[in-house]
Design a protein around this ligand. Structure first.
Ligand code: UD1
Ligand code: MG
Length: 450
């Protein structure tokens, strides 16, 4: 069978006022990626011939974010969802395939469901496929009125519905797939005789039925079609996204002691037999190999963690960190832009930034790489098998050779040759009996005061 071409339209011209944000609604993030990009990535898997985003206010922001991945059309003024689709005619007038219409603020719709709609249109006699769902509370949603053959007869907007219509529990998610050869003809039949004076896309169903065309419904789970109109909706969508990710990783062989307290990014990659304790957050760009343990209360972003490594509790890995195998990063350790070799340990209370550390080294408690002079950042290089004593400050740029030992409490400002001992602290003095004499003197002073 010859599969028709696909065009995707994403509607995003609404004002999004309830977000109370200077950022366009569809550019707010879910799991570290904008709602719009979630849709862009999923629709790309359907291999559409063309993608169009309809925008209104804050067009520039969307244009920068989309960066050529889709055509952008300005809808001004915004006269309703039907009008928004109609203005894409300038790009699609000669298009002969199927048109999938999505809402930019319904970001969790899966690629599987999108494909199901397209397949239904291609494989049945339906001319329009609408994505329906049954929410817990149908308030605000258009209701899907079915005819006695289970075909879709009309979509009735909540604002215009009678009490009888409002008792229908099957609702319109907003997503629709239509044969592109009839879409603009049908849209020309819309009017704005309704409570808000808008051209409703949903009225296309009535027009199609009047012309003897067939409209069908495909159903989705309510979580998948949650619409984001406010910060509170955004938090609900984030919760659904995180729940899906947690389940995914557990299914793939990752143990989560307290799943509800672990937060992933859209691109987090985790191997097998990884144990993750409670209260761990993954920012974007994290890749974890097999057999890694992430102890409680860690914040990890932009880090690659080699197999057998152990992180935390209370560790922070910042972008451009690359840990080899069996590396140990202990509590209250912060690392950024650093490459660390196999079997190296940084067990307590350290800041390591802009560094390169060889394998088998031991970085003592309280070691600080002083990488910044207030203007520029500098590198610290530590060779393999080195031992950095506790509470050392390594003032970059500095190079500590392989096998070298830095004495505890040192401030290292120049190169340490391999296998040397470097010490920069004041030599210890001891005054025998001084403490006893001191106490006697103090007690005498107190007596005089009394
Ligand atoms: C719409 C549907 C309703 C459905 C609900 C699902 C219509 C008439 N109603 O209602 O049946 O149950 O979504 O969430 O379609 N937009 C434009 N240009 C416009 C108006 C809107 O691009 O002129 C965009 C918005 O940015 C948004 C989408 O279209 O992405 C939906 O618009 P919105 O105003 O949120 O429609 P609802 O009232 O939620
Ligand atoms: Mg809406």
């Amino acid at each position: 069978m010859n599969i028709p071409d696909l065009a995707i339209i994403i509607l995003a011209a609404g004002k999004g006022t309830r977000m109370k944000s200077s950022k366009h609604k569809v550019l707010h993030n879910l799991g570290g990626k904008s709602m719009l990009q979630h849709l862009m990535d999923k629709t790309a898997l359907l291999k559409p011939l063309t993608k169009i985003i309809v925008v209104g206010a804050q067009k520039d922001q969307v244009e920068i974010a989309v960066n050529g991945q889709a055509d952008i059309i300005m809808q001004e003024p915004q006269l309703g969802t039907g009008h928004a689709v109609n203005i894409t005619k300038e790009k699609l007038c000669d298009f002969k395939g199927n048109v999938l219409i999505l809402f930019g603020d319904v970001p969790l719709l899966s690629q599987v469901t999108m494909q199901k709609m397209v397949d239904n249109l291609n494989q049945t006699d339906a001319d329009i496929v609408v994505l329906g769902f049954t929410p817990e509370d149908a308030k605000g949603y258009g209701r899907l009125k079915l005819n006695n053959k289970k075909g879709l007869e009309a979509i009735i907007e909540d604002k215009d519905a009678s009490n009888k219509d409002r008792s229908i529990s099957l609702c319109n998610s907003g997503a629709m797939c239509i044969d592109g050869t009839i879409i603009f003809d049908l849209l020309s039949g819309l009017d704005n005789n309704n409570s808000v004076g808008e051209y409703y896309l949903t009225d296309i169903i009535k027009v199609a039925n009047l012309r003897g065309l067939k409209c069908a419904v495909v159903e989705a789970k309510a979580e998948e079609v949650i619409g984001v109109n406010s910060r509170s909706d955004l938090a609900k969508a984030e919760a659904f996204f995180q729940e899906e990710r947690r389940q995914h990783f557990m299914d793939e062989g990752v143990s989560l002691t307290d799943p509800a307290s672990v937060f992933f990014s859209y691109d987090t990659k985790i191997g097998k037999d990884v144990n993750i304790g409670p209260n761990v957050t993954f920012g974007i760009g994290v890749q974890i190999s097999d057999d890694v343990t992430i102890n409680p209360y860690c914040h990890i972003e932009g880090a690659i963690i080699g197999s057998g490594s152990s992180i935390g509790p209370f560790a922070r890995l910042r972008p451009a960190v690359e840990l080899g195998e069996r590396v140990k990063v202990g509590n209250f350790v912060e690392i950024k832009k650093t490459k660390i070799g196999n079997d190296t340990k940084i067990s307590h209370l350290s800041y390591i930034g802009d560094a390169k550390i060889g394998k088998n080294s031991n970085i003592g408690a309280g070691t600080i790489t002083c990488n910044y002079d207030g203007y520029l950042k500098y590198q610290t290089v530590i060779g393999e098998g080195a031992f950095i004593g506790s509470n050392s400050a390594l003032v970059a740029p500095v190079n500590i050779g392989a096998g070298a030992i830095v004495g505890a409490g040192s401030v290292i400002t120049s190169i340490v040759e391999k296998n040397s001992l470097a010490l920069s602290r004041v030599k210890q003095r001891e005054l025998g009996g001084w403490a006893t004499k001191f106490r006697q003197r103090k007690q005498h002073e107190i007596k005089i005061k009394e």
